[in-house]
Design a protein around this ligand. Sequence first.
Ligand SMILES: NC(=O)C1=CN([C@@H]2O[C@H](COP(=O)(O)OP(=O)(O)OC[C@H]3O[C@@H](n4cnc5c(N)ncnc54)[C@H](O)[C@@H]3O)[C@@H](O)[C@H]2O)C=CC1
Ligand SMILES: O=C(CO)COP(=O)(O)O
Length: 322
Amino acid sequence: MDQISVLGAGAFGTALAISLARSGKTVTLWARSEDAARSMQSARENIGRLPGKPFPASLSATSDLTQACKAPILLLAVPMQQLADFAALNKSLIQYKSLVACCKGIDLKSDRGPLAVLEDLMPDARVAILSGPSFAVDIADGLPTALTLAARDKDVVDMLQSELTTDTIRLYSSLDPVGVEFGGALKNVIAIACGLAMGAGLGESARAALMTRGFSEMQRLAARVGADPATLSGLSGFGDLVLTCTSDKSRNFSHGFKLGTGATVDPNVTVEGVATAKAVMHLARTLDLDMPITTTITQILDGHISISEAVELLLSRPLKRE
Ligand SMILES: NC(=O)C1=CN([C@@H]2O[C@H](COP(=O)(O)OP(=O)(O)OC[C@H]3O[C@@H](n4cnc5c(N)ncnc54)[C@H](O)[C@@H]3O)[C@@H](O)[C@H]2O)C=CC1
Ligand SMILES: O=C(CO)COP(=O)(O)O
């Protein structure tokens, strides 16, 4: 199977398409905008989302979804809150394909992760999730990257692992898609928290505390929704938490950082952790789980409390065992 299509021509979809094409696959990158597809085809780069990263010859861009969906493997790289509508709208084109969700987050309408959203809509589809520490620019630059690919079905994950591994992306397989999707989603909330702390000048010790106690929240919630807690210690969990909480290349970290300094944020930037924090709050309430960092971040993002009030709240919690 040498043909793969990537649906969604943002930074991540474009980077994956470049890496796969560079490794010998014939790749179609689908953009919903005709102008964007035409511009990518003629400029041989995605000037809007990933400038300066040239397309290999075997990568073509199109806005024709029917044509893109002829490939047997489809990577879905639209943002999390768009995934359910996108999949429902285009179900007839995608339902009999191997689908790989590439987004990170929890759907606000259903409190479900990307793989579960696809499974709900298409119970018979072969679905997988790709997640882990990787910035689109690093992938496009051909820097070495390790990611986790997860599905419930061993045959599906084995086939996709071999089809999607590239010269620079090393894929580990997992049969715990719930752990992988929750690891990738929850780390973004903690990255916003770390950005806020660093922007507000709370210091690196505070960031380390937020990462560690945030990781504990991630593990608790993931376990309650059926994940193997060990999965959270892997690339799509601990690995991505480290990357996203410590790099200003991360949009989630930068979003928090800007809020921490009092700067304004650009509403057009994809910051998955904002909606995911709200979805996590619904889940935590439903499951009666204590998630103090996520709760506090949601209150700050909603403008209900200031950062100094948040610090006071977190430090005055009853003392407990680690
Ligand atoms: N940028 C990165 O370094 C990484 C991103 N991701 C994940 O990939 C997902 C996508 O992120 P990016 O590509 O970075 O975002 P982006 O903001 O660069 O691009 C999003 C793209 O999705 C398109 N889009 C939005 N709604 C759509 C719809 N209904 N139908 C079709 N296309 C639609 C937009 O036109 C845009 O091209 C996110 O969940 C993110 O967490 C994962 C790993 C790395
Ligand atoms: O998921 C990512 C890195 O693994 C990208 O992080 P941001 O969405 O915060 O930029």
